[in-house]
Design a protein around this ligand. Structure first.
Ligand code: 0A1
Ligand code: ZN
Length: 886
């Protein structure tokens, strides 16, 4: 606002109400408004003069009219915070103007060459979108709309172009110059600078462009594809990290082989580069032939990475590799189709990890993530279908719904048609749409045609938000069981009326009386209410339902406790066993937290859970990896979800107390068994799946012992820490110690920091362990840590390691006086001007206020209102906060 026009109040002060910036509402973009771009851009030439503080970009676009679009004399090129240094058309000065951030060039003819020069400052780019500096190197992040921060361009995924790039820079600062595709030429200038030319033969949208310049070394190993082509595979890191790259490289090779074997997909360039950068907003990015990764998903060795970190590296490497077909060869027409590439690619990486590590355990992990991250999204103010209808800022739609529920939706198609017919469907999809920017509808149609299934009603999974609830009732009728299922899809923002969806459920009817297990079959619930006749196996039928979690729904049924105990101990589907135990624990904990358990029920419920734990501990047929899964109690976030059903609100304090109480009861009742398990697992030192399983149950046992006998646990944890020769044991021990008071806590935290202070990823763990801890002073600890010299708001990993971890700590975040909420709101306000994408990711935690008990709800809402009132918010944060308050 121009100060000269500011109204002055009678006392001479600027009128605050008027002077405050009018809340500026970013426009809403709608799926139904899609129009093809009027111009094609067959080739793009980019010339970079690289510098950390100043980089000059000369872009030359060959453009021609798009016969499939409405004609226009104007070429609208997106920009974000850019100024054009010059614009020429066919070598002559052009007629152009700015339209807000965008550049409009007037083009008289059918085809032209448009050249634009821009200058950018990568070192000032704290958003980490576009070209930015990280640790002395230069790198890019263009998805979704980062390319427009590099040069003016039709920055939308349906404009595919073939890129030729020349890059030039200081040979000392940037000895390695990388880009998409193949390196075609390189040379020295003789003045300390050097250059390289790259050509990517595959047409691609701008969001897949990538460039890296820095002082890097590679771990390399060729991969020979199924047709015999040798692909040079490189993992590029800083020299000191080279020893931690073998696992990433091996994971890449395994992914390449698996995609050939399972989906018939072969890699299509002679080079595959992966670069690790320490400043990155997300996990990794699938840029064609040049993936850029957060260091967290590349670097791993047993001394610095846990077994879970190793799994995450393998999973993310696979995910980015699989995007080469599901995302790059076939991309998205517009960002509303994001789940086309993300849902499908998540499914592909989940199936890969199942094959690498075992189906049941991986499925249990994936369902746990879905329930903890996606179910709350689906029941809150930010709920959206996997194919959203509108957005203000697309970065806000990289969600668990688009990714994880998107994967579940495609997994349902696979369950309904079976593996072989599903493969026929995906083969047809890849054939039919190769080289195109496609839609979710194209995918569904290809599965329909290729697999031979009618998906007309199934399409509702793409348009309706909300997690369906399926109510189950049963009645014995002669020698069959009549199973009656009723579905409701809850109301979500903007979607008051819902239609029934097809819900595939794998079921089996067991007999508790006879201890007999029934045959599994797949039923599909299509109506609002429907009955199925299933064969009985014997007396006391117990239905095992949604085995393998065939549908992302909530099953509601009143099962007797002994039925759940039976399923937990005997079901032949390991996933169903873990589900039964979860169901037992959920109903007990929610009942305890809401004070609704009848007299005697409390003790009986606890005894049943303890009994089930005892069976898992004693069951020699289980391996430790599965045993560990059976020993994990439902998360507090998921318990909130279940508690906040209908008019009932979640009470985070009561849930925390109930859950800790149950842990203590288990720890007390099974003290001997848990101590024995800890001792047995501590004696295993193998570096194989058995060793991994042992490490997993060791720390889980320690956590239960800690809830019952803190002094003993402190002693055991300190010993585990001292004996550890790997990060899994060390971090596990420290996690338990962090929740306890005493000298061991301080000593081991100090030791850990001193030992790893030069390793950023491990220092992140040090922050996270303290922010996530059960310690009563966790808020004070987080405040202190925010002042630590190693803390910075500029590095997303560090921000997440402290503040995101805290926002996910139910005890600290939901402290009854609202201090946790205030702290997170302060983080959002401080981070928004630096990195809006990361700032906006904190909003959903506060956005759940409507489902929480009134005292806390008012405090949470108050913080959202305070953020809104601060004004000048980024598009990202504005959208999330305003939707959370609607
Ligand atoms: N497509 C990537 C995710 C991704 C999205 C946006 C980014 O911008 C900061 C970065 C990465 C994936 O699914 O792996
Ligand atoms: Zn992805």
């Amino acid at each position: 606002m121009d100060i000269a026009t500011t109204p002055i109040t009678p006392d001479g002060n600027p009128e605050l109400a008027d002077a405050a910036p009018t809340p500026h509402e970013p426009p809403v973009i709608r799926r139904e408004d899609y129009q093809p771009f009027p111009w094609l851009v067959p080739t793009t030439q980019l010339d970079f003069r690289l510098g950390l503080e100043a980089t000059t970009v000369t872009a030359t676009l060959q453009v021609e009219r798009n016969p499939a679009a409405a004609a226009s004399r104007e070429l609208c090129l997106n920009g974000d915070s850019l100024t054009a240094q010059s614009v020429t058309v066919d070598g002559a000065p052009a007629e152009w103007r700015m339209d807000g951030p965008d550049l409009i060039v007037t083009l008289p003819g059918e085809a032209h060459s448009v050249t634009i020069v821009t200058r950018i400052d990568p070192s000032a780019n704290t958003q980490l979108m576009g070209l930015y500096a990280s640790n002395g190197m230069l790198c890019t992040q263009c998805e979704s709309e980062g390319f427009r921060r590099i040069t003016f361009f039709p920055d939308r995924p349906d404009v595919l172009s073939t890129y030729a790039v020349r890059m030039e820079g200081d040979a000392n600062l940037f000895p390695i110059l990388l880009c998409n595709g193949n390196r075609t030429n390189a040379g020295e200038n003789g003045d300390g600078t050097h250059w390289a030319e790259w050509h990517d033969p595959w047409p691609k949208p701008s969001y897949l462009f990538a460039l890296v310049a820095g002082d890097l070394v590679a771990n390399s190993k060729p991969f020979v594809t199924v047709s015999g082509r040798e692909v040079e595979c490189n993992v590029w890191v800083r020299a000191e990290d080279l020893t931690r790259t073998d696992h990433a490289l091996e994971s890449l090779h395994r992914s390449m082989k698996w995609d050939e074997d399972v989906f018939g997909r072969e890699y299509d360039l002679d080079l595959y580069n992966i670069v690790a950068v320490s400043d990155f907003n997300m996990g990794a990015m699938e840029n064609k032939g040049l993936n850029v990764f957060n260091t967290k998903y590349v670097l791993a060795d047993p001394d610095t990475a846990t077994d879970a970190d190793f799994d995450a590296v393998e999973g993310v490497i696979a995910h980015e590799y699989f995007h080469n077909w599901s995302g790059n060869r076939i991309t998205c027409r517009d960002w509303f189709q994001l789940s086309l590439k993300e849902g499908f690619t998540v499914l592909r990486d989940q199936l890969f990890s199942q094959d690498m590590r075992g189906e049941a355990v991986k499925r249990i992990e994936d369902v746990r993530i879905l329930r903890a991250a996606q179910f709350p999204e689906d029941s809150g103010p930010l709920a959206h279908p996997i194919r959203p209808d509108s957005y203000r800022e697309i970065s806000n739609f990289y969600t668990a719904t688009v990714y994880n529920k998107g994967a579940e939706v495609i997994r349902m198609m696979r369950s309904m048609v079976g593996v072989e017919r599903f493969r026929a469907g995906t083969d047809l999809y890849f054939d039919r749409h190769d080289g195109e920017a496609a839609t979710c509808e194209d995918f569904i149609k290809a599965i329909e045609d290729g697999a031979g299934i009618d998906l007309a009603q199934f399409r509702r999974w793409y348009s309706q938000a909300g997690t369906p609830r399926v109510t189950v009732s049963q009645a014995v009728e002669g020698d069959t069981l009549k199973l009656t299922l009723k579905q409701t899809v809850p109301v979500t923002p903007g979607q008051p009326d819902k239609l029934p969806m097809p819900i595939p459920l794998r079921v089996a009817v067991h007999s508790r009386g006879q201890g007999a297990l029934g045959e599994e079959q797949l039923i599909v619930l299509t109506d609002e209410e429907q009955s199925f006749s299933l064969p009985l196996t014997g007396p006391d039928p117990v239905v095992s339902i949604n085995r393998g979690f065939t549908a992302p729904v909530v099953i509601e049924r009143a099962l007797q406790r002994e039925d759940l105990v039976f399923l937990a101990a005997h079901d032949d589907d390991p996933f169903a066993r873990s589900e039964a135990l979860q169901e037992l624990a959920v109903s007990h904990l929610v009942g305890t937290a809401s004070g609704s358990l009848a007299a005697g029920e409390q003790a009986a419920g606890e005894a049943a859970i303890i009994g089930a734990f005892r069976s898992s501990l004693a069951d020699n047929a289980l391996d430790d990896a599965m045993r560990g899964e059976l020993m994990v109690l439902p998360s507090e976030t998921y318990l909130f979800e279940v508690m906040a059903t209908g008019d009932r609100k979640a009470d985070p304090g009561a849930i925390h107390t109930a859950r800790e109480g149950l842990k203590a009861a288990i720890g007390t009742a099974l003290a001997d068994e848990l101590n024995a398990l800890h001792a047995r697992a501590s004696a295993v030192t193998l570096d194989d799946p058995a060793g991994r399983g042992a490490r997993k149950v060791k720390t889980i046992a320690l956590g239960l012992i800690a809830a019952a006998d803190p002094a003993r646990a402190a002693h055991l944890a300190a010993a585990q820490y001292d004996a550890a020769d790997n990060m899994t044991d060390r971090q596990g021990a420290l996690m338990v110690l962090c929740g306890l008071d005493g000298p061991e806590r301080e000593a081991k935290l100090a030791d850990f920091y001193a030992r790893y202070r030069d390793n950023a990823l491990v220092v992140d763990k040090w922050f996270t362990l303290q922010a996530l801890s059960l310690h009563p002073d966790v808020i004070a600890h987080v405040r202190q840590l925010a002042e630590h010299p190693d803390f910075t708001m500029k590095n997303p990993n560090r921000v997440r390691s402290l503040h995101m971890a805290f926002a996910g700590n139910p005890k600290g975040f939901h402290k009854a006086d609202g201090e946790g909420y205030r702290m997170v709101a302060d983080v959002i306000l401080a981070l928004d001007p630096i990195n809006p994408q990361t700032a906006a990711r904190f909003v959903p935690a506060l956005g759940r206020w409507r489902r929480i008990e009134p005292g806390r709800a008012a405090l949470m809402k108050g913080e959202l209102e305070r953020i809104m009132a601060a004004g000048n918010l980024s598009r990202d944060t504005f959208e999330q906060v305003s939707r959370s308050l609607e």
